[in-house]
Design a protein around this ligand. Structure first.
Ligand SMILES: [Zn+2]
Length: 323
């Protein structure tokens, strides 16, 4: 049985957001420990035996891929802004430290490596354990903890390198992925489907944002009030997502997997449980099996309660591995 790729690099811990910042290196180190640490349960062994642990490295087409989503002005300014010591702020939430650019390059590259490996048939699907996250990053600016839009870059890479026409991006992070939506707002070949708390940061993602021009109808937003949980989310996935997917018939599915919709998350107020994330993953896997030979790559976005994040990712991976 083909395995699920788990793509990571410890240099992503070198993106130093500073004391008290919720998007901390501990998010990934806690996850690593939970999945691969010494004190594993039998269930943990069953999972890790089905994971293909892969190390991210700077991809040889990295900046070619990045430049299809981000402007050269932004890319050059970001490279020039990297401080030699300490950190600077690109927006009030988004610091840049000496190790941040390398971390962002490894995060983007993880997605490209995942695409290459799924297309080569060496893994069935993949989870990119990455930071900084990406879905708020716009073509021309960093925003909301995000430097490069990892998932948008991967979507475009699938189309340009492998000539697959239609990519579906499912974004269940508690925040709306403004950067991803905008990247493909006028593009009918990438369908953007988002569920998120509303109103909430960043303020976009209303129901009537549906794409424009040739992209009209290929953006679908499901804003949910604070307090919504598994029942509401699963209804959206079972009903609306299934309808959208059977209409769109994707060649590849990408997930912006933020786990900040968890009931224990400190940044927002949805009430999704570990089990809820597993159930959402099951729905996506079944749609991918039906429409695109199971091709799924999942990208870590938010998730700021360390324990809830590690547990939820473990459940998410369990489903991706077919456990
Ligand atoms: Zn988020």
């Amino acid at each position: 049985m083909m395995k699920t790729g788990y793509i990571y690099h410890p240099d992503m811990l070198r993106h130093d957001t500073g004391p008290g910042h919720p998007e901390s290196p501990q998010r990934l180190s806690t996850l690593e420990k939970k999945l691969f640490g010494a004190s594993q349960s039998n269930q943990g062994f069953a999972l890790t035996s089905r994971l293909e642990k892969m190390q991210s490295e700077r991809h040889d087409r990295l900046y070619d891929a990045v430049s299809r989503i981000h402007t050269s002005t932004y890319i050059d300014a970001l490279k020039a802004a990297v401080p030699k010591t300490d950190r600077i702020y690109l927006d009030p939430d988004t610091p840049l430290s000496p190790g941040s650019l390398l971390a962002a390059e490894l995060a983007v590259s993880a997605g490209l490596i995942a695409v290459d490996s799924v297309m080569a048939g060496s893994i069935r699907n993949a989870f990119c354990a990455v930071r900084p996250p990406g879905h708020h990053a716009e073509a021309g600016k960093a925003m909301g903890f995000c430097l490069f839009n990892n998932i948008a870059i991967a979507a475009k890479y699938i189309q340009t390198k492998y000539h697959l026409d239609k990519v579906l991006i499912i974004d269940w992070d508690v925040h709306h992925g403004n950067g991803t939506q905008n990247a493909f707002y006028q593009d009918s070949s990438v369908f953007y489907f988002s569920s998120h708390q509303f109103p909430c940061y960043p303020g976009t993602g209303a129901k009537d944002e549906r794409g424009e021009g040739r992209g009209e109808g290929s953006t679908e937003n499901h804003p949910l009030p604070a307090g919504s949980g598994d029942t509401e989310l699963l209804a959206v996935f079972e009903h609306d997502l299934s309808l959208a997917v059977s209409d769109f018939r994707p060649d590849f599915i990408l997930i912006s997997a933020g786990f900040d919709a968890h009931r224990d998350d400190p940044l927002a107020s949805l009430e999704v449980t570990d089990e809820g994330f597993a159930e959402m993953t099951k729905i996506v896997c079944s749609l991918a099996d039906t429409h695109c030979e199971g091709r799924i790559i999942s990208f870590l976005e938010g998730g700021y309660n360390l324990d809830a994040l590690a547990r939820s990712v473990e459940r998410h991976l369990g489903v991706l591995c077919g456990l």
